[in-house]
Design a protein around this ligand. Structure first.
Ligand SMILES: NC(=O)C1=CN([C@@H]2O[C@H](COP(=O)(O)OP(=O)(O)OC[C@H]3O[C@@H](n4cnc5c(N)ncnc54)[C@H](OP(=O)(O)O)[C@@H]3O)[C@@H](O)[C@H]2O)C=CC1
Ligand SMILES: CC(C)=CCC[C@@H](C)[C@H]1CC=C2C3=C(CC[C@@]21C)[C@@]1(C)CC[C@H](O)C(C)(C)[C@@H]1CC3
Length: 572
């Protein structure tokens, strides 16, 4: 490569894709067509980088010399503080010719210009490779060592260059208009005697949508849940390490309150919950209003969030897209985490525990003049109750999901949590109120077995990944094979995560099937959930694949080669 800036064999600093972190890499070659350098990181990860993502390596000698001269000019106080905190970044000397990106020796500082602290940085980055991939414990570090190393993993600042999902601004705008319209369609359609596709509902007069009492109930419900969430009862759990270098704590007390609510509902049965069924449209529009106000609040406050507090995917600078996707990663009012609260409490608990689904069962009894809910209704209620109780029981596991780790909190999740989940995930129960579907015992048994199989796969796979991410050295996981990655984190390649790349989605989809089956095959409407869910999870899977490809580079490719299927073994 004669006329090139970097030659094969050169040791340089290469930017880690999607981040502002630079690590030592060796140049392997250059592709004139794509104008990309192939480089290899110290752990063996090979990536292709643009020239602007590469810079000259600052050697330990140069570094030491500069550090010495710099530290000589520093106040003793500053020197002391540096040696006490090895994870701190160092300021770039003005004479240094490297780009103003970040090369980190520890936690990233979004707005700081820092320089290569190569000795320390490389020491941390120089991962011990496994003798073989299957030798899981040989190369795994102690948890505290792992924690330290993983501090180098998260990208420094929310890059505006992160690829846009959903078709960017236009796609986000279309979705923002389409999603509420779709909810409205479902809510109106399910009340039709014949909810088939050839019999579309007519739009009711505008004043039907507005009911101050319904708005009052929605606000009271949310504030009641917020009050329960803030009481100092229950466990405090730690979230994952953030790019800002912080770890947030969450009060994971959902199950305590779910039990309290269920007991309270069983004891106090005087309330006429059928109000929920008869005012479903008004409750939906009231919740939509609340989610809209919340989204505006979230967008406005995100303007004062630091770069390292913004989601990588929601900080594009495109107003509509960022409003939809969510700009701030973990918006909090003091210790009150808005995203965690909205995702786990008002909508989720409202969905099943003592409100919407139960209200549908009561409405069915009233409308069909039954002494007890039908078997189909009982199945749907019990299945979804299991799902929500499980979610709250394992609340801590949500801290390692995409929503909590990667997605900002904006319209998508605010609307999803407060409108989409409570008012569309209840569609099967809503449908059964006026469209009975008697079940024979063998069919009922088959559906129960299907649900249990789905639940088993869902729970086991989610718990396996959560346990591994929390403590990779957990002795209960010692039998699992892993692939090391340049970030210091490993990827599970056997167990559930060796079957397909998203075994948890597989379990979730099987459960979704079991939720629709009790409604029979007379209409497509109650099957909407599984169709939507399939689209959501396939899209989510590809978003995650792209994000992991950016995070883990060739280690991810290796994982994909080993575990070939994404969600359904042998099919997809
Ligand atoms: N009912 C509903 O409407 C919905 C339910 N869900 C459910 O929520 C749950 C969470 O889903 P979601 O947040 O989308 O995704 P996951 O819980 O699957 O999280 C994906 C992350 O897991 C890590 N990961 C991926 N592969 C591996 C591996 N081989 N070894 C170790 N870690 C790995 C990666 O993060 P990293 O490496 O950074 O840790 C990746 O970004 C699922 O069960 C899903 O079915 C999701 C959406 C909607
Ligand atoms: C179309 C649209 C607006 C999509 C928004 C998607 C949200 C509805 C979902 C994104 C991820 C979710 C999760 C759950 C509910 C649905 C949303 C918010 C979840 C809380 C359900 C209960 C599970 O046990 C779970 C905790 C694993 C799950 C987490 C993801």
């Amino acid at each position: 490569m004669p006329s090139l800036k970097y030659q094969a064999g050169d040791k340089v600093m290469g930017r880690w894709p999607g981040s502002s972190l630079y690590y030592e890499v060796k140049v392997l070659g250059y592709d004139a067509k794509s104008r990309l350098y192939t480089v290899i990181y110290k752990d063996g990860t090979e990536l292709e980088l643009k020239e602007q993502d590469i810079m000259v390596l600052v050697t330990s000698f140069q570094q030491r010399t500069r550090s010495r001269s710099r530290s000589n000019s520093r106040s003793p106080g500053r020197r002391r503080s540096r040696s006490r905190s090895p994870a701190r970044t160092t300021r770039r000397s003005s004479s240094h010719s490297t780009p103003s990106s970040l090369i980190l020796s520890g936690f990233p500082q979004a707005d700081a210009k820092v320089e290569v602290d190569s000795e320390k940085n490389l020491g941390r980055y120089n991962l011990r490779r496994r003798k073989e991939d299957g030798d899981s414990k040989a190369a795994e570090a102690k948890p505290e060592e792992r924690e330290e190393r993983s501090s180098a993993a998260p990208p420094a600042a929310a890059a505006a260059s992160t690829p846009l999902d959903f078709g960017g601004n236009i796609g986000a705008l279309v979705l923002m208009l389409f999603l509420p319209a779709w909810v409205l369609f479902l809510v109106l359609q399910v009340n039709q005697k014949d909810p088939s596709l050839t019999n579309l509902p007519t739009l009711p007069p505008l004043e039907t949508f507005w009911d101050p009492q319904a708005l009052g109930f929605v606000i009271i419900w949310i504030f009641f849940q917020a009050l329960l969430y803030t009481l100092p009862v229950g466990k405090l759990s730690e979230g994952v390490l953030l790019r800002s270098g912080r770890r947030l704590t969450y009060r994971t007390n959902g199950k305590t309150y779910l039990i309290t609510l269920l007991v309270a509902a069983a004891v106090y049965q005087g309330a006429d919950l059928t109000y929920i069924h008869s005012h479903f449209l008004q409750l939906t529009s009231a919740s939509f209003l609340v989610s809209m106000l919340l989204s505006v609040y979230l967008y406005v406050r995100s303007r004062s969030a630091g770069l390292d507090e913004r989601a990588l995917g929601g900080n594009s600078g495109k107003v509509i897209y960022d409003f939809f996707k969510g700009r701030e990663l973990n918006p909090r009012i003091k210790e009150f985490d808005l995203k965690f609260f909205c995702e786990m409490r008002p909508g989720l608990i409202g969905w099943v525990s003592c409100l919407i689904n139960v209200a549908m069962a009561l409405a069915e009894m009233k409308q069909q003049k039954l002494d007890a809910p039908s078997y189909s209704m009982i199945l749907v209620n019990v299945f979804q109750l299991i799902y929500v109780v499980d979610g709250l029981w394992n609340e801590e596991a949500i801290l390692t999901t995409m929503d909590l780790m990667d997605d900002g909190f904006g319209y998508m999740l605010a609307f999803g949590d407060l409108v989409w989940v409570p008012f569309t995930y209840t569609l099967q129960a809503n449908y059964l109120v006026s469209h009975p579907n008697p079940l024979s015992l063998p069919v009922l048994t088959a559906i129960v077995v299907l649900k249990l199989v789905g639940f088993y796969i869902f729970r086991k796979s989610n718990s396996e990944k959560n346990a591994f991410r929390r403590n990779p050295a957990d002795p209960r996981l010692s039998h699992l094979k892993t692939i090391p990655t340049a970030t210091g984190k490993s990827l599970l390649v056997s167990g559930w995560w060796g079957v397909v790349r998203h075994p948890n989605y597989l379990g979730d989809l099987i459960m979704a099937l079991a939720w629709s089956l009790p409604c029979g095959f007379s209409h497509l409407l109650p099957w909407y959930y599984i169709i939507y869910f399939l689209i959501l999870l396939v899209h989510r899977d590809s978003r995650d694949m792209n994000a992991c490809r950016r995070k883990y580079g060739s280690a991810w490719d290796k994982y994909c080669r080993t575990v070939r299927y994404r969600i359904i073994p042998g099919v997809y």
